[in-house]
Design a protein around this ligand. Structure first.
Ligand code: PHE
Length: 456
């Protein structure tokens, strides 16, 4: 290949391990917690269609670009951007793209950890039999009671940050490889079990119709669908890039990207198929917001045979899925501090983890004492809490913007020869990729941005 760099952080044992780790990053709360509730809030069908289109036309090409850039640079995204800009004799200020990614990962993790904390607390609620025979109202008040207690949220948020730091401090390879290989297939199996329960509610087809029948959507809905395509595939902030930097040179990138995107999409669709039939069977509101899965799934667990065990396993797996994503959110920053500041992994993980934890307090309070403290976001004309603001800013603005610049860097800044050599794929696939990242992807992101602010 065109360079003889090696990563100081180590290398994945095989391509399969890379695919599993990247899938571990992609599959997380985004698929199971976020996808259903934003689909519910944005009317279903058309939202899902726009999301799927974004995965295919924007997500997969950018994922290939991120893996490619990461593997070529073999350093943290910040240093990789600097090294490649230099190698291609381009403007050194491309390095800020790495910095924006680090900032986005930091902000996302701060609230991600709080929601993962909800899932942790649900492991114990389910195990204690709290949901046996539960009604929709009962499930709702159990959820409300949890989120209105800042102390409890804080405790779970703290525990989740601690376990994330523990894995990152040990090095990504030892920690992640093991967890992911075992847990991802299990999560898939448990989701299937819930889908089977959803089929028995008599409302399965209503759920399917909601997910796949086109309906009205506005510019903001389209932006949220696109933002979610980035969020769910972990794109636009360097998570996939940093994992790509641990991938050895002889492995093909295109196929890996397609497999990762496919696995991620299937998990999200399964989650939708599990949740919406339960929503309709119990007369619940699809647009119930961030509490949606916590208000619906317990009903399934409370009414199916072996529901307590299945429920406990399910929330345990959800916590693992969140964990493997959280690790990738903090890794770019940790890798950078190890490379440039000479800090040990342990020190870097703890210090970044501490600041993330601190910012997470804002999200903890967003559901209780700061519930009514809201900000008005430009162009949105809506009042958002601290949590909603962070979520909106990161998923709908920072990640698509990061992705847009990654596409521009891969397709316009890097020489064609470098990308062809690094991707080393069939000529037709290379051509298709290049047309997509060069024209379609940047155009699509810009059109969606303009539409969201009402400019077109
Ligand atoms: N993809 C993860 C999820 O769906 C979240 C994530 C976003 C992880 C960005 C890393 C980077 O839950």
């Amino acid at each position: 290949m065109g360079n003889n760099r090696t990563s100081i952080h180590g290398q994945w044992t095989s391509r399969t391990v890379f695919i599993l780790a990247a899938t571990g990053s992609a599959v997380g709360l985004g698929n199971i917690w976020k996808f259903p509730y934003i689909t519910g809030e944005n009317g279903g069908g058309t939202f899902v269609l726009v999301y799927l289109l974004c995965i295919a036309l924007i997500g997969i090409p950018i994922m290939m670009a991120e893996i490619m850039i990461g593997r070529r640079g073999k350093q943290s995204p910040i240093n990789t951007m600097a090294a490649l800009a230099k190698e291609e004799r381009r403007n050194p200020s491309w390095v800020w793209l790495g910095w924006m990614g680090v900032a986005a990962g930091f902000l996302i993790l701060s609230y991600y950890s709080v929601i993962a904390g909800w899932a942790m607390s649900y492991v114990f609620r389910t195990a204690g039999g709290m949901f046996l025979g539960v009604t929709a109202d009962g499930a709702n008040s159990i959820f409300t009671e949890l989120v209105s207690d800042p102390e409890r949220l804080l405790a779970w948020h703290t525990i989740f940050m601690v376990i994330t730091i523990m894995v990152v401090a040990r090095g990504v390879k030892d920690g992640i490889e093991k967890a992911v290989t075992l847990l991802m297939p299990l999560l898939f199996g448990f989701l299937l079990l819930i889908v089977i329960y959803a089929m028995s509610t008599g409302y399965f087809m209503d759920g399917i119709r909601f997910l796949f029948t086109p309906g009205p959507i506005d510019g903001k809905g389209i932006l949220i669908a696109m933002g979610h395509a980035f969020f769910t595939l972990s794109l636009g902030m360097g998570a996939i890039m940093v994992y790509g930097s641990y991938l050895s040179d002889q492995h093909s990138i295109a196929q890996a990207a397609i497999l990762i995107a496919l696995a991620d999409t299937v998990v999200a669709l399964l989650a939708g198929m599990a949740i919406f039939p339960i929503v309709f069977a119990n007369g619940l509101e699809p647009g119930a917001g961030p509490g949606l899965i916590f208000q619906t799934l317990p009903i399934a667990f409370g009414h199916m045979d072996g529901g307590t065990l299945i429920g406990v396993m399910f929330f345990v797996l959800l916590v693992f899925a969140a964990w493997t994503s959280a690790i990738s959110l903090i890794e770019p920053a940790v890798a950078y501090m190890v490379e440039n500041k000479g800090y040990s992994r342990i020190y870097a993980s703890i210090s970044i983890g501490f600041f993330t934890w601190f910012v997470g307090l804002g999200t903890v309070f967003s559901f209780n004492i700061w519930k009514d403290k809201t900000l008005t976001i430009p162009f949105l004309f809506e009042k958002l809490t601290f949590f909603d603001t962070l979520d909106y800013l990161t998923a709908n603005i920072m990640l698509p913007l990061g992705g847009l610049f990654i596409a521009i860097f891969a397709a316009w800044v890097m020489r064609e020869q470098s990308t062809r050599e690094e991707l080393a794929t069939f000529p037709i696939i290379y051509k298709l990729w290049r047309v997509l990242v060069r024209y379609i992807t940047p155009l699509a992101v810009m059109v969606v941005f303009l539409k969201a602010v009402g400019a077109i």
